[in-house]
Design a protein around this ligand. Structure first.
Ligand SMILES: [Zn+2]
Ligand SMILES: [Zn+2]
Length: 416
């Protein structure tokens, strides 16, 4: 006994020295001029994805209730094969996606879990912003089809968005590539379980129904032996338990406990119970779901993640689940390979510009649908100020050797 204790102590001392030694060696690599060998945060655009690696960036972890620090649900999924997917596009998420400095055309596949505005509200903004944000390729959209009212499916919804924003598209036509507003919509049968509806380039995406409202789904993405599950909005459901089991990253919705709805949103007792427990998942049930499905990393999303809520949320989750856990915040980032899973925060760029487009621009299509000005607007132009604008255009043309014709400011005075 004594002998083995001694051996153990020697082993501990030796191990400690080895750790100390390797740490010292590591520190010596921290050259004052070279990039640091370890990044505690993710600086977008500075890290190459490995061929077998997935990076997921939370671009919205919030709720219908408006909050500056949490956009509606939105997750950007980037694969080492170059594919990028966006799961949900809740209100406020477009700015966060833009803050990552990714070419707009590379973010052209959007999957909506259901048509509540905290999951789909920023889609019109994202779609319309493409033309003025260097997009020159069409956009693709997937989402649940109609249930009791076919018009409530994602196709009917997208058609109405096109109608509602027809004036914007027409009036902006001259400033964007005509391809940027092209939209292809695919409906998913929301009742199908583990339904493989996307199978391209080695990427498989399945849908599962959720218990939130009709026409609501969750998504499961599989690629290179890695699995990502996204619950959408849902009460705990058997389909997630079965098909999202053993995911590398399991993002599941979670609501504040009912007491917090009373305190924070002045709800009635009935409304607090409804909001906190029905058609959604309580933190305690979230813990149970993760205990059953055993992901490599459980991600709780869709809740107010604050200094005072987080400890209570975690306490509730830990009643059942003791494994790896992230309480999602906007710009949280997970890098996943088979061997390694890291969680960090991204340093977003609030002053972002879009990277240059990767294909040449096409001119506006014009034609019968081209926007026609009412001559009335031109009667409001005034010579002294138009002359200043024309001077700027002339300087631009001189500098660039171009012959750009001012469409507006020169019109009434052209012949003078
Ligand atoms: Zn919802
Ligand atoms: Zn929601």
């Amino acid at each position: 006994m004594h002998y083995s204790t001694k051996l153990v102590s020697i082993f501990v001392v030796v191990s400690f020295l080895m750790i100390f030694e390797s740490a010292a060696e590591e520190i010596s690599k921290w050259s004052p001029v070279a990039p640091y060998p370890v990044q505690e945060v993710y600086y977008p655009g500075t890290e190459k994805l490995q061929p077998n690696e997935i990076r997921i960036v939370a671009c919205g972890t919030g709720m219908p209730q408006p909050r500056l620090k949490q956009a509606g649900s939105c997750y950007l999924i980037e694969l080492g094969n170059g594919d990028k997917f966006i799961f949900d596009m809740g209100k406020g998420s477009t700015e966060r996606l833009s803050a990552l400095g990714i070419p707009t055309d590379q973010m052209n596949k959007v999957f909506i879990s259901h048509l509540h505005f905290d999951h789909a509200g920023d889609f019109p903004s994202f779609w319309l912003a493409r033309g003025v944000n260097a997009a020159r390729q069409p956009l693709y959209l997937w989402g649940p089809g109609g249930g009791q009212n076919p018009d409530w499916g994602i196709k009917g919804w997208a058609d109405k968005i096109k109608q509602a924003w027809a004036w914007d598209v027409a009036t902006r036509e001259s400033s964007g590539d005509p391809r940027s507003t092209q939209l292809t919509v695919t409906e998913i049968d929301w009742k199908k379980v583990n339904h493989l509806f996307y199978d391209e380039n080695g990427v498989k995406i399945y849908s599962i129904p959720t218990i939130h409202v009709d026409q609501s789904v969750g998504y499961i993405l599989e690629w290179e032996g890695l699995k990502l599950a996204y619950s959408g909005d849902t009460a705990p459901n058997k389909w997630f338990l079965e098909h999202a089991a053993d995911a590398d990253l399991a993002i599941h919705e979670m609501m504040l406990p009912p007491d917090m709805w009373l305190d924070k949103y002045s709800m009635s007792y009935e409304a607090a119970v409804m909001s906190g427990t029905q058609g959604h998942t309580t933190p305690r049930a979230f813990g149970k779901i993760m205990e059953i499905t055993q992901p490599r990393m459980a991600v709780a999303s869709h809740m107010q993640n604050d200094f005072d809520t987080a400890p209570i949320l975690e306490q509730e989750i830990r009643r059942h689940y003791q494994g790896p856990l992230s309480l999602a915040r906007d710009f949280m980032v997970w890098n996943i390979t088979k061997d390694k899973l890291t969680t960090r925060m991204a340093v977003a760029n609030p002053d972002s510009y879009p990277p240059p487009a990767q294909v040449p621009a096409q001119p506006p299509t014009g034609g019968d649908n081209a926007y026609q000005w009412d001559p009335f607007s031109f009667t409001g132009l005034e010579k002294r100020t138009s002359a200043v604008t024309n001077e700027v255009v002339q300087e631009f043309n001189d500098k660039h050797g171009t012959d750009v014709e001012p469409v507006l400011s020169s019109i009434p005075f052209k012949s003078e």
